[in-house]
Design a protein around this ligand. Structure first.
Ligand code: NAP
Ligand code: F7E
Length: 320
């Protein structure tokens, strides 16, 4: 049986990835940080508790990674752990860099020492493109990377050191350059889940306002369940590769608000209040991914559209 090890197993992507891997017959283990309220931290994977093995550890503590790899002996390693919130990366730039950049280096260095034949997935991000957009309004594998946040800079380091370890030491490390992806399991301080929760609270009469930041940025939003399937396909591809995964369609945050509020019979203009607190010191204005290389290579297509993604999330948050 093939064995997969996931850092960030209890995150949004980690939980979907674990389900897909178990359904395909993999044995799965993952790294979980120590938390003072552990039952809240593992809510996304509690339903899988009996089927997986977890190790306490932290990307900043390399010995915790090497000990887990020595014990579990995986064939596949998915490095998903990160401080993944872009605006918060401006408040915690050093911590974000320690976890996302040095943490990734700790993973690759551990693989080199303990299991150099294992295949490694690095969770790279469209945030690495920053202010670069090709003339046709898309970002793709060849688009220059000019990140505009501490998060984007930290992910660019991890992406680059992954490529360096691939060439220098012959390790099988692939970068999945994923555009925004959401789900009912998305953290509620990311914009899709925040707008949906906020609109539902207004509909239920709990409040009348929702405070938001910049409504004029554009994102290419897909579903985490679709994107985690692409991660597995990427590690089962014959060579290590760097590929973009996206839907290819961009919408503004304003359009997101319009669709969600309309769906609930509300007008977003009556309820949204702009608060500077939610703006970033530097904004990434436009993301739209061209994933034609990955679609062809991996025979992958997303099942969810922008509208069905939002419906799936609304249905979930309505029950809360
Ligand atoms: P997420 O829900 O925030 O999950 C992040 C995971 O990393 C959580 O399990 C978290 O554990 C863990 N973690 C954080 N710091 C850690 C540390 N120091 N040591 C060990 N584990 C740590 O993020 P996601 O949406 O699933 O994203 C997965 C990965 O893809 C991340 O690397 C993210 O940066 C990247 N990515 C995401 C998107 C997207 O749109 N979702 C797009 C491109 C790339 P705790 O619960 O303990 O915090
Ligand atoms: O913001 C705007 C905000 O925080 C999206 C992460 O998964 O994708 C994600 O990063 C947009 C931005 O995601 C609010 O300014 C307006 O333009 O949902 P977000 P993100 O920053 O794009 C990338 C690819 C990753 O890799 C990251 O890990 O929405 N926006 N008002 C707001 N955003 C938030 N969070 N809250 C607001 O009130």
């Amino acid at each position: 049986m093939k064995k997969a090890f996931i850092t960030g197993i209890n995150g949004q992507d980690g939980s979907y990835l674990t389900e897909h891997l178990l359904n395909s017959g993999y044995e799965v283990a993952g790294l979980v940080r120590r938390s003072s309220v552990s039952e809240n931290q593992t809510y996304r994977i509690n339903h899988l508790e009996d089927k997986i093995k977890t190790y306490y550890g932290d990307l900043i503590d390399k010995s915790s990674i090497t000990n887990a790899l020595k014990d579990f002996k995986p064939n596949l390693i998915f490095n998903l752990a990160a401080q993944s919130h872009v605006r918060l990366s401006f408040d915690m730039p050093a911590f974000t860099t320690q976890v996302n950049a040095i943490g990734a280096l700790n993973v690759f260095d551990s693989v080199k020492e303990i299991c150099p034949d294992a295949r490694v997935y690095q969770a790279s991000s469209s945030e690495m493109f920053g202010s670069s957009v090709d003339d046709d309004n898309f970002q793709r594998e060849t688009t220059p990377m000019t990140p505009v946040s501490p998060y984007g800079c930290s992910k660019l380091y991890a992406y680059s050191i992954a490529r360096n370890f691939r060439k220098a030491y012959g390790l099988f490390i692939s970068n999945g350059i994923l555009f925004n992806h959401e789900s009912p399991r998305r953290g509620t301080n990311f914009v899709t889940a925040k707008v949906i929760k906020g609109a539902l609270n207004i509909k239920k009469g709990y409040t009348d306002k929702l405070e938001m930041g910049n409504l004029d940025s554009y994102r290419d939003w897909g579903h985490s369940s679709d994107y985690t399937k692409a991660m597995i396909k990427l590690l089962n591809y014959e060579n290590p590769e760097d590929i973009v995964i996206s839907t290819g369609k961009a919408y503004s945050v304003r359009e997101l608000c319009e669709v969600v509020f309309n769906e609930l019979g509300l007008d977003y203009k009556d309820h949204i209040v702009i608060n500077e607190r939610f703006f970033r010191p530097q904004e990434l204005s436009y993301l739209q991914g061209d994933s034609s290389k990955g679609r062809k290579m991996l025979n992958w297509e997303p099942e969810f559209t922008f509208k069905t993604l939002l419906s799936d999330m609304i249905k979930h948050f309505e029950k809360e």
